[in-house]
Write a protein that binds this ligand. Structure first.
Ligand code: SF4
Length: 378
């Protein structure tokens, strides 16, 4: 492990590089703990470029922790809609409510208190406290772990027993105590830019002279690739049930009013507002969707309308490759389903819907027959 003059030079080089080359990101122009916290939560599993517009819209609508704490959950989820991993938004609001109730609306600067909040783990707490309050906590996430492992030429799985703790010790040892916030961001920035997983740009690296993996010529072999989980194919059928005013039936997520259809709906869609959807066998999709519709939406009554197939929708969620077979049906009157809403297909953004539901809506609105019918009844 580096020490003495080498450690001083290592820190100086990295901080100077960060100061000169860091990306200009909205959450780097502030030390407001609420803003930093929001950015850290949004950035989990999500790319920087995708986060920026969400971050800006969210703060415009909820400028303070109090505003977030007192907002209707549906509104918070609507602003999060499309960013995915919705438990992040729910935890964010629950944490905001606790911060208002217990910490006068200010994100706590004590580590234990921060860790007690919903959705805050060791990495997130260290990032927020160091950046917002200059508390001396070293962050360790996948990017930082990769940099540290390469610097020390640590082979093997980084998240294996013992390895992660060793990397955390290294991160804490290297932390520049005078500027922990900048230091943590510099480590993260190095991992996100030059020290990338596949092709590290060692020639440009500000700390290349200290890097063991680079010296030994195997930087790109760290970390070892994890065995990829096999892709699971999932087939769903979704029903776009339209009335004569072109309003589609949407069912609520479980936290809203519980619909009679909720029990059979795959969790891939049921956590947000969704079209009636069921898991099916590819070749029997229409028959199985019809059965589901009769049981769930029409209380067992026969549903004889012809299902018009729409273009197939593909969607990937972690290891699942989802194929949705959407069907459209026009009815005089939408069935009365508890908690459901009737909504114009162009107006889905007024509800919290997933990208998968958006894609189904697009398949319906782009369908030539639907276009004609909508134009005729407009
Ligand atoms: Fe990463 Fe290369 Fe820098 Fe080492 S020298 S830290 S492998 S970019």
């Amino acid at each position: 492990m580096l020490s003495g003059a080498a450690l001083t030079r290592f820190r100086k080089n990295l901080l100077a590089w960060f100061s000169q080359f860091q990306r200009d990101l909205p959450w780097r122009r502030t030390r407001d703990p609420y803003h930093i916290w929001l950015s850290e939560i949004m950035l989990q599993q999500t790319r920087v470029r995708a986060v920026i517009p969400y971050y800006e819209r969210f703060l415009a609508r909820f400028p303070t922790v109090d505003a977030l704490a007192s907002a209707p959950e549906e509104e918070v989820l609507r602003l999060w809609s499309g960013l995915g991993y919705y438990s992040r938004a729910r935890n964010l609001q629950r944490a905001a409510q606790q911060i208002v109730a217990r910490h006068d609306g200010l994100f706590p600067r004590d580590l234990e208190e921060a860790l007690a909040l919903p959705g805050i783990g060791a990495y997130t707490a260290a990032a927020i406290l160091s950046i917002a309050y200059q508390e001396e906590h070293a962050v360790l996430d996948g990017n930082v772990a990769r940099v540290l492992a390469r610097l020390s030429a640590v082979r093997g799985a980084l998240r294996a027993n013992g390895a992660w703790q060793g990397l955390q010790k290294t991160a804490t040892h290297l932390l520049a105590n005078k500027s922990p916030g900048d230091w943590n961001q510099a480590m993260m920035e190095l991992g996100a830019t030059l020290c990338s997983p596949r092709s590290p740009q060692c020639l440009l690296c500000p700390v290349g002279e200290f890097c063991e993996a680079r010296k030994r010529g195997f930087a790109d072999l760290i970390p070892e690739k994890r065995a990829k989980r096999d892709t699971v194919e999932v087939t769903l059928a979704a029903l776009v049930l339209l009335d004569t005013q072109n309003r589609a039936l949407l069912l609520p997520p479980p936290n809203g009013a519980k619909s009679s259809a909720a029990d059979d709906v795959p969790t891939l869609v049921s956590r947000t507002w969704h079209f009636p959807t069921v898991s099916v066998h590819f070749d029997a999709a229409a028959v199985e969707l019809k059965k589901f519709t009769e049981k769930s939406l029409f209380a067992g009554r026969k549903f004889s309308a012809k299902l018009q197939p729409l273009s197939k929708v593909r969607h990937a969620v972690t290891y699942r490759a989802v194929t949705v077979l959407p069907f459209q049906v026009r009815v005089e009157k939408l069935p009365n389903v508890c908690g459901a809403k009737a909504l114009d297909l162009d107006n889905l953004s007024s509800l919290h819907v997933s990208n998968l539901t958006r894609k189904v809506a697009q398949a319906a609105t782009k369908d030539p027959l639907t276009k004609k019918q909508r134009a005729a009844s407009a």
